[in-house]
Design a binder for this molecule. Structure first.
Ligand SMILES: *[C@@H]1O[C@H](CO)[C@@H](O)[C@H](O)[C@H]1NC(C)=O
Ligand SMILES: *[C@@H]1O[C@H](CO)[C@@H](O)[C@H](O)[C@H]1NC(C)=O
Ligand SMILES: *[C@@H]1O[C@H](CO)[C@@H](O)[C@H](O)[C@H]1NC(C)=O
Ligand SMILES: *[C@@H]1O[C@H](CO)[C@@H](O)[C@H](O)[C@H]1NC(C)=O
Length: 199
């Protein structure tokens, strides 16, 4: 399984060579959505359930500042209209917080936009794209958000368990770097038990 994923990974990486190098001072630009892979034949029902956030990489992430960032979970529940209720559960200030939003199917299966976007102050556009998943073990999900005219992007490595193989984490890291991100934009949150295992 892991070998197959890595082979696919290399193909994807080849297809994804970042077009132009940003100058050192400018922030890392978000890639075009069309350059991001999309899980073929996406199965909305199988993607449901709880995912541990095993890795995060993105242009607003500062790994130095977030060195002790604690693991959180994101749970997808399918509604009758094929949208997901998406609940992230994280410990913040010693309290267990839940953040709920809706992902609405977009132009292709596996791609979503944010429901009720008007209620998210400053957010002008929000796209979620499931890049690759085997549903039972891991998923790579890409997020792009336009906020106050600035494009943020991030990739998350989801696991059905808190630990994933070194191969998958390595693949995630290489993919992030192919988008122009550096080690300092990549974090592997510290696994915890409290709060995130409560539901
Ligand atoms: C990242 O965070 C560290 C520690 O808070 C800070 O010193 C550094 O300037 C930040 N780096 C960037 C690029 O913002
Ligand atoms: C989705 O979330 C809403 C509001 O939190 C809740 O009322 C509803 O029951 C949820 N639906 C599903 C299918 O989880
Ligand atoms: C954590 O608690 C402190 C003190 O009550 C507060 O000032 C701070 O804003 C809180 N941080 C978060 C992320 O809620
Ligand atoms: C918002 O994202 C969608 C893709 O979901 C894209 O078609 C549209 O052009 C974007 N709009 C803006 C203003 O960036």
């Amino acid at each position: 399984m892991a070998r197959g994923i890595l082979c696919l990974g290399l193909v994807l990486l080849g297809a994804l060579q970042a077009p132009a190098q940003d100058s050192l001072i400018s922030p890392i630009r978000a890639p075009l959505l069309t350059s991001i892979p999309l899980q073929p034949d996406f199965q909305e029902d199988q993607f449901q359930g709880k995912w541990y956030v095993v890795g995060i990489a993105g242009n607003p992430i500062n790994a130095t500042r977030r060195a002790r960032f604690k693991m959180y979970t994101t749970t997808y529940e399918l509604k009758d209209d094929h949208s997901y209720n998406v609940t992230s559960t994280m410990i913040r200030n010693d309290t267990c917080d839940h953040w709920i939003r809706t992902f609405v199917p977009d132009v292709q299966p596996g791609q979503f936009t944010l429901g009720n976007i008007e209620s998210h102050v400053g957010v002008q556009n929000y796209t979620v794209r499931v890049m690759i998943t085997n549903y039972h073990e891991f998923a790579l999900v890409f997020f792009k958000k336009v906020h106050d005219n600035y494009e943020f992007f991030k990739m998350t490595l989801y696991g059905r368990t808190k630990e994933l193989s070194a191969d998958l984490k390595d693949y995630f890291t290489r993919f992030a770097k192919s988008l122009g991100l550096t080690e300092n934009h990549i974090i592997f949150p510290v696994p915890i038990d409290e709060c995130i295992d409560d539901r």
